[in-house]
Every structure is written in C-alpha cells, then in structure tokens.
Design a protein around this ligand. Structure first.
Ligand code: FNR
Length: 181
C-alpha cells in the first residue's frame, strides 16, 4: 500500500520548537504508512478579510496542501491556555473564503507537548472544538506529552519506552483510520 499523505501543522514557529521535534518523531514512528508534509505557517499575513479579494499566495499554498492531504495532524504547544495565534491564523486562512473551507471532512489528530505538567490539555481542547466546528473528523482519545530535555534524541527517536509505545499507538490508530476512510 502506498503511503497516505498527512499535512502536519506545528503550532510553534520557533526554530528549536519541542513540538516540531515531537512531530518529526511521530513521522519516524509512522514508518511506511504515512508521509508527512509539514505545512509552513510562519509566512502567512495576519488574517484580514480585506485581503481575501487578492488571496495571498502563502494562504493559497496552505489551502492546497490541506486539500491534497488524506488527513491532518496538529502538534501544538499551549499559549496562555489556548492555541498559539500563529496556528489559529493558519486555521482561519484555510477556512476561508466563505464556501471554500479546506478543512471540511478532513480526518484530524491532535497532540502537543510542553514542559508543564498539564501542558497543552487546554489548548488541545480548544483546538478540538475549532476543528469540529470546521467540519474535521477529529479522532478520539487524548495525547498530552510532557517534555523532558532528553525525551527525543538528536536522531529524532523517542528515548522513553512507555512514551514511545504510547506515541506508536497514537500514530498507528490515526494511520488505520485514514486507511479505512
Ligand atoms: C507558553 N508556555 C505555556 N505552557 C503551558 O503548558 N501552558 C501555557 O498556557 C503556556 N503559555 C505560554 C505562552 C507563551 C506566549 C509562551 C511563549 C509559552 C510554555 C510553552 O509550553 C513552552 O514555551 C514550549 O516550549 C512551547 O513549545 P515549542 O515552542 O517549544 O514547540
């Protein structure tokens, strides 16, 4: 079976993002089943409806990558107990213009990591709500990853056995869902 294409949106745009590292580790765990396309969101202008008349190229690119994907994976930090503004901005651009919502009907999985004890739980809950409203088919379950400095090694491998097994199950379940849709 050929690999299914997953559009990956990392909620952090910073260079050394822990969430980016988690997303890359999930890509390794997905192995031969899923091909990850990392969607660039840091060149999007701040959403403004006035800009829709001449839709920005970066926003067209994001929409095209979402539409071409078999599923969407969100890997996001929590900012002030919600999703980062950069991620919400990308979601809004791809949801527009009216009647051309690129998210509708897309299967989606959500996870995220933070050094904090309850990190990303509230952000993920908010994201789950937004994704549902936009018509995504959001997978059930919870995946909150508490980040330690040595959790993922330089090669992108998850070093902790139980966390690796948990993430393997998480990505395998998403792959199985995509394969059956
Ligand atoms: C944070 N951080 C944070 N962590 C958390 O668990 N809950 C929160 O509400 C917040 N709020 C928050 C706001 C802002 C503006 C910043 C910059 C940070 C800490 C955050 O989890 C930490 O910086 C992670 O390392 C962010 O993930 P990336 O950027 O490394 O992927």
């Amino acid at each position: 079976m050929s690999k299914l294409n997953v559009a990956v949106l990392v909620g952090s745009t910073r260079r050394d993002s822990l969430n980016r590292r988690l997303a890359e580790a999930l890509g390794r765990l997905a192995g031969e089943r899923l091909a990850f396309t990392f969607v660039k969101i840091d060149d999007l202008p701040l959403y403004n409806q006035d800009l829709e008349a001449d839709y920005p190229e970066s926003a067209k690119r994001v929409k095209a990558e979402i539409e071409a994907a078999d599923g969407v994976l969100f890997v996001t930090p929590e900012h002030s107990r919600s999703i980062p503004a950069a991620l919400k901005n990308a979601i809004d651009w791809a949801a527009r213009p009216w009647g051309k919502n690129s998210w509708a009907g897309k299967p989606a999985a959500i996870t995220g990591t933070s050094p904090g004890a309850v990190g990303t739980a509230v952000a993920q809950a908010h994201l789950r709500h937004i994704a549902s409203i936009l018509g995504m088919i959001v997978t059930g379950g919870e995946a909150y990853i508490s980040f330690r400095p040595d959790l993922i090694d330089a090669q992108g491998n998850v070093t902790d056995e139980s966390t690796r097994a948990f993430l393997q199950t998480f990505i395998d379940q998403f792959a199985t869902l995509l394969e059956h849709l």
